[in-house]
Design a protein around this ligand. Structure first.
Ligand SMILES: [Zn+2]
Length: 384
């Protein structure tokens, strides 16, 4: 057995830990740049904390998903203002934007040099500027991953900037920041977290450390997601979802993902659909196809045992199996009112192009078994 496990230098987890950012910023740099989502008001508590200590950061807002142009502009702004530490505060888009800006701040030049799929995918030559990642949703786990998903509207693509240098110096996860999240966002981000625990658990790159995180994370998310959606102020549920999201990030960064994310990348680049909702719409269908493909072509695969285990973790029933897992997920997706992919304008004529792009996606390589084009097509059609 040989495996590697890499993560952020330091992780702080706990309700009410946000003020700890002050000493962290002071230890990492002199001037901060804060990257937020569209609504900068949500960062007011962070700004108050920093200004009480005489830290007056520059602000950059990511409108929806970070684009290559936006992060280039952010890096230029950071350079102009002499910023030497970047704080990402928000959902996955803000965190990915911050990580990419921190990387481009110290690696000037054409970002396409470093982008995978649509760029040259070259290694980043210099370490990124120190980055602090503070998630305000419980879903992406981006605070502990080594990639930033960037959109390139001219390519109609969403691709990753990927490097060990992208791991933040500090991941600060304060579940209190998620208490006010509306139910719909809690649902879609939470389903992303759950998908990011299930895919690394059955991937072809599993290891015992990620397994431990996935097992505990799947159990926590299964018990907490509905409660967090229905009662936003359920402190225990919010805590569990924040942990599940963190575990998902740790797991995917070290064990990879699978076909759900293989599809979600290209779909996100081609259609304005929320990532978590796309993952949720696909997850039961991908599990079904994986189950069928494994039973037919790799009946001895350990992934089959793992799919049964997911059934037990989700349902809490010791006799449950993979079919129960799929049933449980279908019921969850329907009770959380996750729409089908057609709602986002994805229709039958788009299937071939999405499948072609998904075949090349890096997440697809970690799927427990290579899926044929016919299987990918069947699975996507079922999610429309
Ligand atoms: Zn995801």
């Amino acid at each position: 057995m040989r495996f590697e496990f890499a993560t952020s230098n330091r992780i702080i987890f706990g309700a009410g830990t946000l003020p700890e950012v002050i000493t962290a910023v002071a230890s990492l740099g002199r001037r901060a740049l804060i990257v937020t989502g569209r609504n900068q008001d949500r960062a007011s508590k962070l700004l108050e904390l920093l200004s009480s200590k005489g830290i007056h950061p520059t602000l950059v807002a990511i409108q929806s998903e970070p684009t290559v142009k936006e992060v280039l502009r952010g890096a230029t702004q950071a350079r102009t203002n002499d910023s030497d530490v970047v704080i990402g505060f928000g959902g996955g888009a803000a965190l990915d934007g911050a990580k990419a800006i921190a990387a481009l701040l110290t690696n000037p030049g054409d970002p396409f040099e470093y982008l995978e799929v649509i760029g040259r995918g070259a290694a980043l030559p210099h370490p990124a500027a120190p980055c602090i990642a503070i998630p305000t949703t419980a879903g992406t786990g981006s605070e502990v991953t080594r990639n930033a998903v960037l959109a390139s509207p001219e390519h109609r693509a969403k691709v990753s900037l990927r490097s060990p240098h992208l791991l933040p110096r500090l991941a600060l996860v304060d579940p209190e920041l998620t208490y006010e999240l509306p139910p719909a966002i809690t649902a879609t981000t939470g389903l992303d977290a759950l998908t990011q625990l299930i895919e690394p658990y059955i991937s072809c790159r599993t290891n015992p450390m990620t397994d431990a995180l996935c097992v505990d994370g799947i159990r926590r998310a299964a018990g907490a997601l509905r409660r967090a959606v229905e009662h936003g102020r359920d402190v225990a549920a919010r805590n569990d979802m924040a942990l599940a999201s963190l575990y998902g990030g740790l797991a995917l960064a070290n064990a990879g993902l699978g076909a759900v994310h293989g599809f979600a990348g290209p779909i996100g680049g081609m259609f304005p659909a929320p990532h978590g909702a796309v993952c949720a719409a696909l997850l039961p269908h991908v599990m079904e196809i994986n189950l069928h493909a494994l039973r037919t072509r790799a009946p001895g695969s350990d992934a089959l045992r793992r799919l049964d285990e997911i059934g037990r973790l989700l349902t809490g029933r010791p006799q449950a199996d993979a079919i129960d897992a799929i049933r449980w997920l279908r019921a969850l997706v329907s009770s959380l009112q996750i729409p089908s992919l057609a709602t986002y304008g994805i229709n039958a004529p788009d299937v071939a192009a999405i499948v072609t792009a998904a075949e090349k996606a890096s997440s697809m390589k970690a799927n427990p078994i290579p899926l044929t084009r016919a299987e990918l097509t069947q699975c996507l059609e079922a999610a429309l």
